[in-house]
Design a protein around this ligand. Structure first.
Ligand code: FAD
Ligand code: MLT
Ligand code: ZN
Length: 477
């Protein structure tokens, strides 16, 4: 019996020849990389959990160059792995075999910013944090924020439909992305780079590419609607004794903070232990089983402070929270956010990490962590829960001293069956990539998956774009 997470067989793509390299060198002089030491970092994912064996890294600067690359690769039947910041967590961003890596890192130009509408248009390789810095100088912010901001690129964010820490307030990229420019597998440039908020002229094609993980086209430019920079930001770090109290705090918070609430995140005491042990980050409050990070963003500091004060008073007097600290100045805000954002990094120091990114009805999210702990007994080193409570999105992570197939067999398919029994999603925001592709049926009906296969076949008939990713193996063979 073949395990659904086993490596797929190499498909019959051609191998890169000297003639191919001569073509690439002609269109990308100095940007056709074949030195194995320089290609190596692009062959390995951020988690160091999957490794490809590509020998060619291409670094285009323009849409025209991407078009020439894909047109050539399609005619030669050469497979291509689009890559942004390589921070993806499901093995989608690196080759499986010898796919050519097409990196967008040099496509990092801001094309336009309209300070009236707040619409930013830029190339796909712009690093998220650089876009944030650019906008902050102009009194705007990006509508998304995530722990990987220093490396991930907007094209990669769109390709994974990244959620992150602000989705609760500003919604998903399906709403904030107004336009995309794409290069299809055969090299055709598809200009859907609208900057309009409203446009019902036919099917909204760009939506198909948001979250398509490099399997339908290469995103070369993005236009995105950005919110004004809030005049007042507060961050609160709270401790709760039970998850039920945490949920009640969430309800209270939505009611009392309403329009200024911009994030409601959580981590459990196991995460705090890993932050203390591996990153030496101290707990700013007393030890509790659960911690909450609440952020408010508003336009009137006095009004926001008053609302926050009332909320905290209610939460404390009704004993929903047992301890807490508030930050209004930037350095402390950053320090409190690190406790949530750096859990991912702390886990990598704990051991090999099995990551699960699950959407569930919010009242069920922590039950999965508790059940997994019971189910695994002492087989795992750590079983931790954190995530985006406001979005009903749990990050369940299990570590072991090294890769452990027996542990993996105990986690999967248990975790997927549990999730499917609540009609949850087995990938809330990270995508399916290589690791989760064969589990798609736990969250999607087979007719829907078949339709996805038809769309893939129509847009990329030779299957050269990011093969072995997103769609299950049984569709492709
Ligand atoms: P890559 O990792 O390079 O690629 C990801 C996928 O997109 C691959 O399938 C790749 O082929 C494809 N791709 C990349 N660029 C393009 C392009 N231009 N055109 C077509 N396809 C492309 N994700 C969340 O949703 N929320 C989080 O809060 C979050 N936090 C994270 C925190 C950390 C510390 C880390 C390491 C990762 C986190 N992620 C999170 C996961 C990750 O999905 C995001 O970091 C990000 O969206 C990936 O962008 P990237 O540029 O690194 O893309
Ligand atoms: C997060 O919310 O921290 C990210 O999605 C990364 C992770 O799941 O570890
Ligand atoms: Zn997340």
């Amino acid at each position: 019996k073949v395990s659904p997470s086993a490596a797929p067989e190499r498909l019959p793509f051609c191998r890169v020849t000297e003639e191919d390299l001569a073509f690439f060198r002609k269109i990308l002089p100095g940007r056709t990389i074949v030195d194995p030491d320089l290609v190596e970092p692009s062959n390995v994912d951020w988690l160091k959990s999957v490794r490809g064996s590509s020998e060619v890294l291409l670094r285009p600067q323009t849409t025209e160059e991407v078009s020439q690359i894909l047109s050539y690769c399609n005619s030669r039947n050469l497979a291509v792995n689009p890559q942004g910041g390589n921070t993806g967590l499901v093995g989608g961003s690196v080759p499986v075999y010898d796919e050519i890596i097409l990196s967008t890192s040099l496509m990092n130009k801001i094309l336009n910013f309209d300070s009236i509408s707040g619409v930013l248009t830029c190339q796909a390789g712009c690093v998220l944090e650089n876009l944030s810095f650019y906008l902050e100088e102009r009194d705007y912010i990006m509508p998304l924020d995530l722990g990987a901001k220093g490396s991930c690129q907007i094209g990669g964010n769109v390709a994974t439909n990244a959620g992150g820490l602000r989705l609760l307030r500003y919604g998903s990229l399906h709403g904030t992305v107004l336009g995309l420019e794409l290069v299809l597998a055969d090299g055709q440039v598809l200009d859907c780079l609208s900057t309009l908020r409203k446009d019902n002229t036919g099917y909204d094609l760009k939506q198909l590419f948001i979250g398509s993980e490099g399997t339908l086209g290469v995103i070369t430019a993005v236009s995105i609607l950005c919110p004004r920079k809030p005049k007042s930001v507060n961050v609160v770090f709270l401790g709760c004794e039970t998850f039920e109290q945490l949920l009640k705090t969430f309800q209270l918070c939505k009611g009392m903070l309403g329009e200024i609430l911009s994030a409601f995140e959580f981590l459990d005491s196991e995460c705090m232990r890993l932050l203390n042990t591996h990153l030496k980050l101290p707990n700013p409050i007393s030890d509790c089983p659960f911690y909450i990070v609440i952020e408010t963003s508003g336009s009137d500091p006095t009004h926001d402070a008053q609302k926050l004060h009332n909320f905290l008073e209610d939460a404390m007097t009704s004993s929903l929270v047992s301890d807490g600290t508030v930050a209004t100045e930037e350095a402390k805000i950053k320090a409190l956010w690190s406790l949530r954002e750096r859990v991912t990094e702390a886990l990598t120091h704990d051991g090999f990490t099995y990551k699960y990114d699950i959407s569930l009805p919010v009242e069920r999210i922590y039950q999965l962590v508790t059940d997994m702990r019971k189910h695994l007994g002492n087989q795992a080193k750590s079983v931790v829960g954190y995530g985006h409570v406001g979005d009903g999105n749990l990050h369940l992570n299990v570590t072991s001293p090294s890769k452990d197939p027996a542990l993996l067999a105990a986690i999967e398919p248990f975790v997927y069956e549990w999730t499917a029994s609540c009609r949850g999603s087995i990938s809330a925001e990270h995508g399916l990539g290589l690791k989760k592709r064969n589990y798609i049926y736990y969250s999607k009906q087979s007719q829907a998956v078949a339709l996805m296969g038809n769309i893939k076949a129509m847009l990329d008939p030779k299957g050269i774009l990011n093969p072995y990713k997103t769609l299950p193996d049984n569709l492709k063979q």
